[in-house]
Design a protein around this ligand. Structure first.
Ligand code: PBG
Length: 331
């Protein structure tokens, strides 16, 4: 008689029993919702490759912020889409720049909503790279100058903190960016403001729709001299370790879906809170298929986000945050 000795189905026999033994839970508190803020007035413009995601001018943003907070989402991540760009990304660190102004407004409208500021220059530079570009006189090759870029990133982070940002999230992948920004924040009296480092950020095709949205596609070359090679896992440990030593308060893996092994590895190796960035193309792929009626969007999204948490993410940055928060309320 070959009857099973172990019967795993016993714990699946009712919804209550399944709820009792569930290992991973999603909540609106897990989410950070990205928002694109832009100059001008009367702008609520849908991003072509990201249905349901918009560019917002500040005069229309208040209701949206209230709605986000009303859904139980506790944090937004701000991306600026400026109307003026130059070689050194001056609009990133100006006091009246779009992200800084949006931050002040949001903290006025909804003081308890956490504002996370993405600290990078690529939306603000005319060449679309994440730092200052230098041309090597001998080879003629142009690349981002690491240390010169750090100074501008520190200025950007400090001006974001001055505007009231609760968390600084540097995404530029320069060496030493966490240390430089930590030092700059401390010197300016912002020693209490945490740094959420985009520690392990791969040079990924999954940022395509974001670059449409943020107008930040590099005008020449690509980001492979500063973002990581998708083939590498052990290197992720080195990137995360240097950020820990430099004083990061949270670590991030980006993108998420094709990199769940990296999330798992960091979870096992480090004890800082771990963030997964469910990036733009991960959103667009699901949206496109859902709009065709090819899949059950709600089920797919919740399963995907759950998978990221199960892999080890404590926090998920996702364009689905509002939808997911609503679906979780309905359940
Ligand atoms: C800026 C930045 C990017 C993203 C977040 N911050 C783009 C990039 O590095 O090219 C991508 C986010 C997304 O795809 O959703 N450096």
């Amino acid at each position: 008689m070959g009857f099973p000795v172990v019967r795993n189905r016993r714990l699946r026999t009712s919804s209550a029993l399944r709820n009792l033994v569930r290992e991973t839970m999603l909540s609106a508190h897990d989410f950070i919702y990205p928002i694109f803020v832009t100059e001008g007035t009367g702008v609520k413009e849908e991003i072509r490759s990201m249905p349901g995601v918009y560019h917002w001018s500040l005069d229309l943003l208040e209701d949206e912020i209230k709605e986000i907070a009303g859904l139980g989402i506790q944090a937004v991540l701000l991306f600026g889409v400026p109307d003026h760009k130059d070689e050194v990304g001056s609009e990133a660190y100006g006091n009246h720049s779009i992200v800084q102004r949006a931050t002040r407004k949001i903290k006025e409208w909804q003081p308890d909503l956490l504002v996370v500021a993405d600290t990078c220059l690529c939306q603000f530079t005319s060449h679309g790279h994440c730092g200052v570009v230098r041309r090597d006189e001998l080879t003629g090759r142009a690349d981002v100058d690491n240390d010169a870029s750090l100074e501008l990133l520190v200025k950007t982070a400090v001006s974001q903190a001055e505007a009231g940002a609760d968390i600084i999230a540097p995404s530029n992948m320069m060496d030493g960016f966490v240390q430089a920004i930590r030092g700059g924040l401390d010197d300016a009296g912002f020693e209490h403001v945490p740094v959420m480092s985009y520690s392990v950020k791969y040079a990924s095709a999954f940022y395509g729709p974001f670059r449409d949205a943020a107008h930040s596609t590099p005008q020449f070359g690509d980001r492979r001299t500063y973002q990581m090679d998708p083939a590498n896992l052990r290197e992720a440990l080195r990137e995360a370790e240097s950020d820990v030593l430099e004083g990061a308060d949270m670590l991030m893996v980006k993108p998420a879906l094709a990199y769940l092994d990296v999330i798992r590895l960091l979870k096992e190796q480090f004890d800082l809170p771990l963030v997964a960035y469910n990036v733009s193309a991960e959103y667009s792929m699901v949206k496109a298929a859902a709009l065709q009626g090819w899949l059950d969007e709600r089920a797919i999204v919740l399963e995907t986000l759950l998978g990221m948490k199960r892999a080890g993410a404590d926090i998920i940055i996702t364009y689905f945050a509002k939808d997911a928060a609503r679906w979780l309320q309905d359940r």
